[in-house]
Design a protein around this ligand. Structure first.
Ligand SMILES: Cc1cc2nc3c(=O)[nH]c(=O)nc-3n(C[C@H](O)[C@H](O)[C@H](O)COP(=O)(O)OP(=O)(O)OC[C@H]3O[C@@H](n4cnc5c(N)ncnc54)[C@H](O)[C@@H]3O)c2cc1C
Length: 366
């Protein structure tokens, strides 16, 4: 089996195929993963994923991440989620969420409990927090290379890097290094919409989303878990699709219009050295320009301050990343031919759903 793309979606398919007993080669045009899969938070999120399929895939993916992390020597840097809430409208969304099946493993902390259990979070106007036990966080920029080493050592997966795939026929993959023979091909091209099966991809009308990301110096203490806030409740589908989200959306439009127009919400996670990865913004286009507005960065830092009560430490790194988006689905598995699959995560959730999606693709093929 040939897998095109060595991002997390390609690696997840390599693992699922190897577990099914296939001999696998992963082909990527770059020397190592350098796209969305290493630019993300490494936040494997269950709570807040779209209700139904995405939420189910995220739970399965989280379980596989936990297994793989242990055997591949990948540190789980943080677990769980603390979503601090500052507005009555946001409390209503959190409470409604807890009353759904997705509330399993989650709880509400009132303001006193929040301060008592998590004194690092000092937001003066926090009314409480939605907490979840489901999440885990890895450092993607080191986790992906470790996954590659482990797939190779433990599952005999071969990696062909600096190799562009420019055509796929059943049993023959045309690459910049010559043909590769494979019975089955799975294409996981990230947000490359044109190199392979451009017409099939175009049918899903994908766009790209550009995100601004920051690394902040260590604040000098450990954040107890990844932190999100009110703005996340109108962005993540598991919350935002609840009817209670509409009054919150109106309130946020009045209070934090610049944040909403830059698609800003807060995710703050912490690395082993204490530094924080904080983001993000969302700007959509067919080809987002690489010029990230400083307004988005200011909104991210402002929300960090409001949600945690902490003055943001110094910015020590900045980067942007892009991923594929579609209006009407969070991912697709397309079949250009009986032995070829095209898999694209069309939402910012690939680290949280890839392993579950890959199991489906392999089950469907064999
Ligand atoms: C800033 C940012 C933050 C995010 N945060 C999170 C998060 O915390 N949690 C989460 O779940 N998701 C997050 N996401 C989304 C997640 O990172 C993506 O959904 C996921 O990484 C997509 O993985 P991929 O393998 O499809 O794509 P990519 O990582 O883009 O990999 C695709 C690979 O395919 C290769 N390729 C493409 N075409 C060819 C070809 N023809 N020949 C050879 N090679 C080819 C490319 O070189 C590339 O290496 C975030 C994304 C960004 C940008």
């Amino acid at each position: 089996m040939a897998v095109v793309g060595a991002g997390i979606v390609g690696l997840a398919h390599a693992l699922a195929a190897a577990k099914a007993g296939k001999r696998v080669v992963v082909i990527d045009r770059d020397p190592r993963a350098n796209g969305a899969s290493i630019r993300n938070f490494g936040f494997v999120t269950v709570t807040g994923q779209d209700r139904g399929e995405s939420w189910t895939l995220a739970r399965r993916t989280r379980d596989i991440w936990a297994e793989v992390a242990t055997v591949a020597g990948i540190a789980v840097e943080q677990k769980g989620l603390i979503l601090t809430v500052r507005r009555p409208e946001a409390v209503a969304v959190a409470q409604a969420f807890l009353n759904t099946e997705m509330g399993e493993g989650c709880a509400w902390l009132n303001a006193t409990d929040l301060r008592g259990r998590h004194p690092a979070i000092t937001a003066p106007d926090a009314l409480g927090a939605l907490v979840s036990s489901h999440e885990l966080r890895v450092e993607s920029r080191s986790a992906l290379p470790k996954l590659v080493v482990w797939l190779s050592a433990a599952h005999g997966v071969t990696f062909m890097t600096e190799t562009l795939v420019h055509a796929i026929e059943p049993t023959r993959i045309e690459t910049s290094r010559g043909p590769v023979r494979a019975e089955v091909a799975i294409v996981c091209p990230g947000d490359d919409f044109v190199s392979l099966f451009a017409d099939r991809i175009a049918a899903y009308r994908p766009q790209r989303c550009r995100l601004s990301m920051l690394r902040l110096a260590s604040p000098g203490f450990r954040l107890p878990a990844p932190v999100m806030s009110d703005l996340s409740l109108v962005r993540y589908g598991g919350y935002a699709a609840l009817p209670q989200a509409e009054p919150l959306r109106r309130r946020l439009a009045a209070d934090q219009g610049a944040h909403l127009s830059n698609g800003v919400h807060l995710i703050a996670v912490q690395s082993a050295d204490g530094s924080l990865v904080v983001g993000d913004s969302h700007h959509y286009a067919d080809l987002p320009a690489p010029f990230a507005p400083t307004e988005a960065e200011a909104c991210i830092l402002d929300e960090f301050h409001r949600a945690t009560g902490l003055n943001p430490p110094a910015v020590i790194e900045r980067w942007v990343g892009t991923y594929a988006v579609a209006q009407d689905r969070t991912f697709f598995i397309d079949a250009p031919a009986p032995d070829i699959r095209l898999v694209m995560v069309t939402s910012g959730t690939g680290a949280s759903t890839a392993f579950g999606i890959a199991e489906r693709t392999i089950a469907d093929l064999f």
